[in-house]
Design a protein around this ligand. Structure first.
Ligand SMILES: Cc1ncc(COP(=O)(O)O)c(C=O)c1O
Length: 380
């Protein structure tokens, strides 16, 4: 379908083409200097002494986090009721039980220390928080709670590269951070991800698990640094290749400028929808000076009684692409009967009314205005 205004557009130009063609010319296409540089520069953005491992997706990062923290049978992992299914899938793939925590309020869709506390049991081994739409969770009380309870903290930062709380980056607050560089993300390489940690042992384990648990890489052997390898523990192949790392480095250079463009467009949407029936979450968040959002997506809350499918259809007819972040777990075949939706009343209120509007760095204010008009028309 040819959209007049699509949900997302890549922030690519000649630089990305050159980055990939330079790798192809170099003759070394996996786990080389680009990976080393990308991990180093990404780590520097996150903070002092943050160790990063580039991986093949955000889901691979989360799966590795669960493996590195020895999460398994009889463990419970608390995660937001409003998140992508990959978090719960990863828990189930290591035979742990996903447990859902509620959104904080109709304005703050992130989980909070209070909503997490309600579902902690003596089986809880880890908490996964998601910085939804790029807006960071209120991390200080969540970190304190995890310390008090002796529970691991994992940050799903798929939406939030470039987001900070009190000058400390997301991905540097918990035991492990997981980033996604999937096509539609703020930093996109097609398929890719990153783990982050400030714990040296975890950093080593994550890097090793990503590559079969091997003690040396092909590059080490090529450079004569090592002849063979040992295997410390069974790992997996979740490596990223050099083409993607080169794209990642180029995109990292553009990240903050692109996030500022997203911010300006978000502000335009917010002022357009002010005093209408449409609510945009994280309003209060934006009044606080301590947080910087990555402005990943533009979620709106439709008024009660408006049929979301009709709104989507109305937009589609006018060439405007919309999306849903995210469908409810309890509606998925694989998750039926695993959760009681009444246990997370805020999420139950928000999820069926959520609609995601187009947002990408090269979008124009005129396009934002057109989307706004179309949504308001559809809600009449
Ligand atoms: C909140 C969230 N978590 C995890 C993921 C998984 O990332 P990936 O698609 O790179 O596996 C995504 C991306 O789609 C996401 O939006």
């Amino acid at each position: 379908m040819d959209w007049k205004i699509q949900l997302f557009k890549l922030n690519y130009n000649e630089l990305e083409k050159k980055a990939v063609s330079d790798v192809l010319d170099s003759g070394w296409i996996t786990m080389g200097e680009n990976i080393i540089n990308f991990e180093k520069k990404f780590g520097e953005m996150l903070g002092k002494d943050v160790l990063c491992s580039a991986v093949s997706s955000g889901t691979a990062a989360m799966h590795l986090a669960f493996l590195a923290l020895d999460i398994g049978q009889n463990d419970e992992v608390v995660m937001p009721a409003l998140t992508f299914v990959s978090d719960a899938n990863c828990a189930r793939l290591v035979n742990a039980k996903p447990v859902l925590a509620d959104c904080s309020s109709e304005d703050n869709w992130n989980v909070s220390a209070e909503s997490i506390k309600k579902v902690i049991t003596d089986k809880t081994k880890a908490i996964v928080v998601v910085h939804y739409a790029g807006y960071p969770c209120d991390m200080r009380p969540i970190v304190d709670l995890c310390k008090e309870e002796g529970i691991y903290l994992i940050e799903d930062c798929a939406h939030a590269p470039g987001a900070f709380i009190n000058d400390k980056s997301v991905g540097a607050w918990g035991d492990i951070g997981c980033f996604s560089f999937f096509t539609n993300k703020n930093l996109s390489v097609g398929e890719g991800g990153m783990t982050s940690t400030s714990n040296k042992n975890l950093g080593k384990r994550l890097a090793s698990l990503r590559s079969h648990g091997m003690t040396s890489l092909t590059l080490d052997r090529h450079k004569g640094r090592s002849i063979t390898y040992d295997v410390n523990e069974p790992g997996i192949n979740y490596r990223m290749d050099e083409m993607r790392a080169a794209l990642g480095l180029t995109q990292l250079e553009k990240l903050f400028e692109a996030n500022t463009l997203r911010k300006n467009l978000t502000e335009r949407y917010r002022s357009n929808f002010e005093n209408t029936k449409i609510k945009i979450p994280f309003n209060k968040f934006l009044q606080s000076n301590s947080c910087v959002s990555a402005f990943h997506i533009l979620p709106i809350l439709l008024p009660i009684g408006v049929n979301r499918t009709s709104v989507i259809e109305h937009c589609r007819k006018r060439g405007i692409q919309t999306s849903i972040h995210y469908p409810a777990f309890w509606d998925f075949e694989a998750y039926k009967d695993r959760f009681d939706k009444n246990d997370t009343p805020e999420a139950l209120n928000i999820i069926p009314r959520e609609l995601t509007l187009p947002l990408y760095p090269s979008m124009t204010f005129e396009q934002v205005d057109e989307v706004t008009r179309t949504i308001l028309e559809a809600c009449e």
